[in-house]
Structures are given as C-alpha cells and as structure tokens.
Design a binder for this molecule. Structure first.
Ligand code: DON
Length: 311
C-alpha cells in the first residue's frame, strides 16, 4: 500500500530538485502559450484512495492541449468499444512528430493513434453527436468527469488557437479525403481546437490520472466514469504515443503510461495506485515539458514504480 508520508516527501523532493532546472522554451506557435510565465511549476499526486498531495503552483490553471486527447479517446471507447477505435483510428505508434502529415501519407491516411493530432481530430469526429454543440459538450463533460467540474473553456486561449490552426485544418481535410473523417472536417477541427483550449490545475490533471489508475472511477467524486475494460486500452495508447516521438524513451526510462501537452502539462499513471501530474511551461523539441518530465519521473522513481519492474 502507498505510504502517504513517503508520497509527500517524494513530491516535495521532485519539486525541489527539478522545478527550476534550465532548458526548453514555451510553445510559441499558439500566442497564448508563448505569454505564460516560464518559471511556473507544480507537481501533484492523486491516489486511487482519494489522497491529494502537491507542491508548487498546483492550483494554477494551464492549457490542457494534447492531454485532452486522452479524454476524447475515453469517450470514444465508451461510445463505440475498442474494436471500432482500433479499426477507425488505430493503436500503433507513429514514431513521428505530433502534427505529422508524413505519418498519414505513409499509412494510407490512417492516423494510427488517437493521441496524435490526426488521430485526435478523427476521434473528435467519431464522438456520437447530432450537432457541433453536442459534440463539444460531451467532450467537455468527459474532461470534467475524469478531472473536475471546474475545468472550463478559456475564450482567450480558444481564440488564440482557432486563429492559428491552419495546419490542423489541413490535416482534417486529408483525413476526409482518405476516408478517416466521420463528421464535417471543419466541425471536427473546431471542436478539437476547443477541447485543447480548456484550463485545468495540476491537481485536476492528477485526478484524471487517478481515474484511469482506478479502472474508471474518479476517486474524488466516487463516480464511475469509464467501463473498467476501457482503461487498459487508454493506458496502452498512452504508452505507445503519449509523449509522441519520445514515447519509447519515456517507457524505457520511466516505465509508466504518460501523456503530455504543449501547455506544459504532463501526466503519468500507476495502474491501481495513482496519477502523477506536473506542470511547467518550457518544452523540449518534441513538445514535452522539460521540468514536468523530470518531476513526474522523480516521484515515480522515489516511490519505486515502474510497470516493467515486476514486484
Ligand atoms: O493541435 C495542437 O497543435 C495543439 N492544440 C495541441 C498540441 C499538443 O499539445 C502537442 N503536445 N505535446
């Protein structure tokens, strides 16, 4: 059983050691993100028992960005089941950058993973909905159920993203031409852009991880959000593509399913035990938080968690 006192020390140590290490730069292709103070940092753990431990600016609200892809995948699995998701989106690593067009070209237009931009836009299009508003509200509800009811759209961030998302719009049309787009392509891109534009805290992000760690029950609200058979599929997709083209390095060094976003957030899941989240804006070249990766990895290492380690 996880020792709460040891967990507090691990979180504090990870924060002290890595929250201000040098390196990386804020994402600058979305103007809102370029302006976030680069020295903000937080790390948090939420356990499957509902314990919350954090250090740093753990209540600061930052952009969810690509971590939203996990919640939309969760909704998709609830709507359609795992075989449809595997057939229509995929369950493979692309080995390419998160917004790669080449990855689509190489695979007949199939996105391969719901956790890259192409697969996420296709996923958004596959969510069951009769209108753009219903599609958006269902995705937002899933973010809230997995994380917290406080998660909400930032109009300013959404405007910043919608006015700079031409590459994603091109991806939506490529998916359409290849037969992997399941609603109007511009509706899918609009809703995908909104899902990336919500703000959440590091504790809320760790809660999402804890929901996945507990087989689909949010340990803070006690609500069953996901069918238990769906969480292993989500964790497998996170292992394959959660940190994009450094997912292999992450699995090799940390050994836990993870997911990052260009807002500086990063999440790892210890199945059955906890979600570990961190936030720090400067990113490496792949698009993963430099300090966030270190803080999450340190908590896992200090507490002795690595899925490939055995007992
Ligand atoms: O679609 C985009 O480019 C952004 N809204 C999200 C990308 C992202 O977070 C990639 N993550 N590391």
């Amino acid at each position: 059983m996880l020792d709460l006192q040891k967990t507090k020390l691990a979180v504090e140590q990870a924060y002290q050691q890595f929250s201000q290490i040098p390196g990386g730069a804020n994402a600058d292709y979305i103007p809102f993100l370029a302006n976030i103070p680069g020295n903000l940092a937080a790390v948090a753990v939420v356990t499957t028992r509902g314990d919350v431990v954090s250090a740093g600016e753990a209540q600061y609200r930052f952009a969810i960005e690509s971590i939203s892809k996990v919640c939309t995948l969760a909704l998709l699995l609830e709507d359609w089941g795992s075989e449809v998701v595997q057939e229509k989106i995929g369950a493979e690593a692309t080995g390419m950058p998160f917004n790669s067009v080449m990855a689509l070209d190489l695979h007949g237009g199939k996105p391969l993973s719901p956790l890259v931009n192409a697969g996420a836009i296709a996923s958004t299009s596959l969510v069951k909905a009769h209108s753009v508003e219903e599609r958006w509200q269902r995705i937002l509800l899933m973010q809230r159920q997995m994380g917290s009811g406080q998660i909400a759209l930032s109009a300013e961030l959404n405007e910043s993203e919608q006015s700079t998302n031409s590459h994603n719009r091109a991806i939506a049309w490529l998916l359409h031409s290849a037969g992997y787009m399941y609603c109007d392509p511009m509706e899918a891109c609009d809703v995908y852009t909104r899902q990336c534009s919500t703000l959440l805290t590091t504790v809320e992000l760790a809660t999402m991880g804890a929901t996945l760690a507990s087989g689909g029950i949010n340990p803070l609200t006690k609500e069953r959000v996901l069918k238990p058979e769906n969480t292993p599929r989500i964790l497998a997709e996170m292992t394959m593509e959660g940190l994009y083209d450094s997912s292999g390095d992450w699995a090799y060094t940390v050994g836990l399913p993870g997911k990052s976003g260009v807002g500086g957030g990063i999440l790892a899941v210890v199945p059955g035990v906890m979600g570990i989240a961190a936030f720090a804006p400067p990113l490496d070249k792949v698009g993963n938080s430099v300090r966030g990766q270190k803080m999450v990895a340190a908590v896992a290492k200090i507490l002795g968690f690595n899925l490939y380690k055995g007992a």
